[in-house]
Design a protein around this ligand. Structure first.
Ligand code: FES
Length: 96
């Protein structure tokens, strides 16, 4: 069972099993979404989850801290290196 993840900027759609991070998906797909630290500290990988947030892991403390530092006001903002797909049968749409 999978969830479909669409990276809107790159016109990519990937079916993934729960447990994968968005970073895993991006690296396997050829998306141009940029990464820096890959550890939830730099904020380079900020994305907007346009739909399907319920299929993603809850926001963690690292994400909260970095998004606050960036003064990110978009309630859909997440860090691609931190969030994971946690449920199957969904559709997640991201843009960066
Ligand atoms: S790559 Fe640095 S916070 Fe995600």
């Amino acid at each position: 069972m999978t969830t479909r993840v669409e990276i809107m900027n790159d016109f990519l759609a990937i079916n993934v099993r729960p447990g994968k991070t968005i970073q895993d998906i991006v690296e396997a797909s050829g998306s141009a979404l940029p990464f820096g630290c890959r550890d939830g500290e730099c904020g380079t990988c900020v994305v907007s989850v346009e739909s399907g947030m319920e299929y993603m892991s809850p926001i963690n403390e690292k994400e909260k801290a970095v998004l606050k530092t960036l003064n990110e006001s978009n309630p859909k903002a997440r860090l691609a290196c931190q969030m994971k797909v946690v449920a199957h049968g969904g559709l997640v749409r991201l843009k960066y």
